[in-house]
Design a protein around this ligand. Structure first.
Ligand code: ADP
Ligand code: 5GP
Length: 228
């Protein structure tokens, strides 16, 4: 008799709390399946492109967001793989048509992240990786507070200079412009969630992968839990 009463009481308690618990469990599972927006920014030459390529190679669930740019194609770059290279006229048409989730002028050229690809990728449960400048990073964070924004620093200014020069992609004038921009870029660090020094590439990749996987359990990076 006593056992029956306890059972009834427990069942009553359970039924009243069950709906909420069930809802939370379902939301947790939904969050695990949802694609993430990952933003990588940092001074030119710190290793953003290298990091992104390695992340894509190792993680089949991450899709690289190919930006549109008005800057001329450089040696080794492929249209539709590194960027979509377009004229200013085409770029502005896309701006007017609201085809970019964000766009910015960087070192005298325009760059923009296409909206459609971003929306469709996260909807499909895949993560999307954006290698964009600090203006773009700030903009994405504002529109998508659940995005993971990572700022990459070089081990030192000397190493940064060495990396840019060794890359042999820009002429001296352009290298100077890029180095001069660092101070301005650092002011945006406050909009980022994580800061990493890209010294050993393997460590950097491992750290970013840890950030991505642990963010799935962090309520601050989940649209669902942040609303509560
Ligand atoms: P960004 O995209 O930030 O301008 P890149 O990815 O083009 O920088 O890297 C600049 C140069 O530094 C490249 O030659 C790249 O191979 C090299 N590099 C990138 N990361 C590292 C690292 N962790 N250690 C040594 N060299 C690196
Ligand atoms: P690069 O000319 O070296 O390829 O790129 C110059 C800068 O533009 C880098 O900081 C790069 O991250 C940034 N960039 C590339 N694509 C985009 C984009 O779509 N939006 C913004 N805001 N910046 C971008």
């Amino acid at each position: 008799m006593c056992g029956c009463v306890n059972e009834l009481t427990i069942n009553y308690e359970l039924s009243t709390n069950m709906n909420l618990l069930q809802k939370y469990i379902e939301q947790y599972k939904k969050n695990l399946k949802k694609g993430k927006i990952i933003v990588i920014s940092g001074p030119s030459g710190c290793g953003k492109t290298t990091i992104c390529k390695e992340l894509i190679r190792r993680n089949k669930n991450i899709v690289f967001s190919i930006s549109y740019t008005t800057r001329p194609k450089k040696i080794g770059e492929v249209n539709g793989k590194d960027y979509f290279f377009v004229s200013e006229k085409e770029f502005w048409k896309m701006v007017r048509q609201k085809k970019f989730v964000e766009w910015a002028k960087v070192y005298n050229n325009y760059y923009g992240t296409p909206k459609k690809n971003l929306v469709e990728t996260i909807k499909a449960g895949k993560d999307i990786l954006l290698e964009i400048d600090v203006q773009g990073g700030k903009n994405i964070k504002k529109q998508h507070p659940e995005s993971l924004c990572i700022f990459i620093l070089p081990p030192s200014l000397e190493v940064l200079k060495e990396r840019i020069v060794k890359r042999k992609r820009e002429d001296l004038a352009e290298i100077k412009t890029r180095l001069r921009n660092i101070e301005k870029e650092l002011k945006y660090i406050k909009y980022y969630d994580y800061i990493l020094i890209n010294d050993d590439l393997k460590d950097t990749i491992k750290n970013i992968e840890t950030i991505i996987s642990s963010s799935r359990f962090c309520k601050n990076f989940s649209e669902i839990w942040r609303k509560k």
